[in-house]
Design a protein around this ligand. Structure first.
Ligand code: AGP
Length: 608
């Protein structure tokens, strides 16, 4: 997704903008640019390709000033090119706009503006905004922007600067995230928090419809009618070094290794004197769940896989009927629901467009929504009736790792919390399980210490063109997640399948060139998994098994075995995830992939 940064203050704006864009790079992009008010003139520098190309352009043609906006573009309308890169400008080159989102009615607006003699230079949707502001610019940039956005349909976060009002940035948020950073004699804005953490931790997370005017001295926020409003200031708990790779070659590897600490932090925050405490953002009481007869979990990608594990946990432990929907399906299927239906939205970023739309669909049906989210104050968190924060810290790698296991941890606790309310587990049984779950960080560390074993397996199979991941029961979603991790960072085709389904078709894919990862820890379906491994071997397939320490039987069957420590079945997905993440990571590295910024992907998909 596109990244936006804006600065007004007394520092050299070009350095601030470029540093911010580097921090936003992980969001995925194909071109980048900045616009600066330099000696009273608007100067735009932009280029297709990676940020390094923009940096080289700025080294050749430096530009200085104290007010400016920057952008990394993830193309939606108009191919990646210098001309289509943002900022986009008006006819006279006096107004510059950066935009994240999609203007759905841009074509009709563009036709109308061309009839009014506006000259367009790009084939982006964004450029219409610059010309609309120009059209309404009558000496007041805020009013011009306010009138311009009233003609827009779609989702957008925009920032605008103009030569005519060189001391300010005007910003609008509708459907795509935008955060204000409050500094001393300086103020910033960005698509999300990491870009500004080097300057301030005091942030204002704009709501849909909000407009903001930033000058060096102050930030004023207005609603769509142009009336002044106040917004809460959030102090971000993250430290700058969390945004740094440290000694790791990639953020993804760092975040894989952070998982034990993340779970320890969650244990500390959520388990107090043997009681489960989701914090004040939870905003629910036990009585709110007494009549919950059905749960619908809706999410995307890895978060959907976490929700799928959540289904097994909620049904097994709390005996509550639970469905899991992919958000882009949920939002359009007009689900049959009743007042006793609870919707759970799971999202690391808290900004995923489809999951946000699913939440709004649930609210439109007067359903209560509990969200499981990482980013504090994100849109999904703010629009939910209650939030369980997963406290995973900033997750920079596009492939979700530590957020996934943190989601699983929170879903496990919520299942136990609900089991107490539903009386499906007694106090003693819940306490025993809480003692079990406290061992997870140490068990994770025992796995991560053996990364070299996974690296060896990766070396053996990184040239494969197809992979299959098989799992059963609560580890069927683990198979889906292992396949997604591999395909999204290595670009190798991988399919995750319920192992019992193999003979209904996928077994035709088995040959010695298609490695099969069989997730077979000690469990109620272990013997069934052995049979599936036999089926694969009987057809010449090669098997990489994830099994429980001490399991000698599987060693006789599988070509490679990676052992995980013994753990109760319902906790096994939290451990199984680690070797699958490491396998995907090392295969991608061996294939020379851009692990943290895989092609075509963005960290947070804020457009439909
Ligand atoms: C997972 O590795 C991917 N990056 C992607 O599937 C991601 O899980 C999905 O886009 C959902 O993102 P969210 O958790 O921020 O809503």
């Amino acid at each position: 997704m596109c990244g936006i940064i804006g600065y007004v203050g007394n520092k050299d704006v070009t350095s601030v903008l470029m540093a911010g864009l580097w921090k936003l790079e992980y969001r995925g992009y194909d071109s980048a640019g900045i616009a600066v008010i330099s000696d009273g003139e608007l100067v735009v520098k932009k280029s297709c390709g990676r940020l390094m190309k923009l940096q080289e352009l700025l080294d050749k043609e430096p530009v200085s000033g104290n007010v400016g906006i920057g952008h990394t573009r993830w193309a939606t309308h108009g191919e990646p090119s210098d001309q289509n890169a943002h900022p986009q400008v008006d006819c006279k080159g006096k107004i510059a706009v950066v935009h994240n989102g999609i203007i759905e009615n841009y074509y009709s607006l563009k036709e109308k503006l061309i009839k009014e003699k506006h000259i367009f230079k790009s084939n982006t949707d964004t450029e219409v905004i610059a010309h609309l502001v120009e059209k309404y610019m009558k000496g007041n940039l805020f009013e011009a922007v306010r009138k311009a956005v009233q003609e827009l349909e779609g989702s957008y976060a925009i920032a605008v600067i103009s030569e005519d009002e060189p001391d300010r940035i005007v910003a609008v948020r509708k459907g795509s995230p935008l955060v204000i950073g409050l500094g001393k004699d300086e103020n910033l804005l960005a698509s999300d928090i990491p870009a500004m953490l080097g300057h301030t931790r005091k942030m204002v997370i704009l709501s849909d419809g909000d407009m903001a005017v930033l000058t060096r001295e102050k930030v004023e926020i207005f609603n769509e009618k142009g009336e002044r409003i106040e917004r809460e200031i959030t102090t971000i708990p993250w430290d700058l070094e969390e945004l740094d790779r440290g000694e790791y070659p990639h953020f993804m590897l760092k975040e894989i290794h952070e998982q034990p600490e993340v779970i320890r932090k969650n244990i500390k925050l959520k388990l107090k004197n043997g009681k489960i405490d989701f914090g004040e953002a939870f905003n629910f009481e036990p009585r709110d769940f007494v009549n919950v007869g059905r749960i619908i979990i809706q999410a995307c990608g890895t978060s959907w896989h976490a929700g799928y594990v959540g289904k097994y946990l909620l049904e097994e432990l709390a005996r509550v009927h639970t469905e899991v929907d992919i958000s882009s399906e949920f939002r359009y299927r007009n689900p049959v629901v009743s007042g006793e239906t609870l919707v759970i939205a799971i999202s690391q970023s808290g900004e995923t467009a489809d999951t946000l739309a699913g939440l709004r669909e649930a609210k439109a049906k007067f359903l209560r929504v509990l969200s499981v989210v990482n980013v504090v104050g994100s849109t999904i968190a703010r629009e939910s009736d209650g939030v369980i924060y997963i406290h995973a810290g900033p997750e920079i790698g596009v492939a979700s790792t530590k957020a996934y296991t943190a989601q699983l941890f929170s879903l496990y606790l919520f299942s136990l919390y609900l089991a107490r309310i539903k009386w499906t587990l007694d106090e003693e049984e819940v306490r025993r399980r809480l003692d079990e779950v406290k061992k997870i960080p140490e068990l994770m560390e025992r796995i991560l210490e053996r990364e070299e074993e996974i690296k060896k397996i990766a070396k053996r199979f990184y040239r494969a063109k197809n992979f299959m991941f098989l799992g059963r029961g609560i580890n069927y979603p683990s198979a889906l997640e292992g396949a997604l991790k591999l395909k999204e960072i290595s670009y190798i085709h991988a399919t995750g399948y319920p192992a019992g389904e193999m003979k209904h078709g996928p077994i035709a894919l088995i040959d010695k060139k298609t490695p099969v990862v069989a997730i077979a820890p000690a469990s109620s379906v272990y013997e069934k998994m052995l049979n599936n491994i036999e089926e694969v071997k009987a057809r010449g397939g090669r098997v990489i098994a994830i099994a429980t320490e001490g399991d000698r039987k599987i060693k006789r069957l599988a070509d490679y075995v990676f052992y995980i420590p013994e753990v109760p079945e319902e906790l096994s997905p939290m451990l199984v995830a680690l070797p699958l993440q490491l396998l995907a990571y090392h295969i991608a590295v061996l294939n020379g992939r851009d692990v943290d910024k895989p092609r075509n992907l963005a960290k947070s998909v804020t457009v439909e």
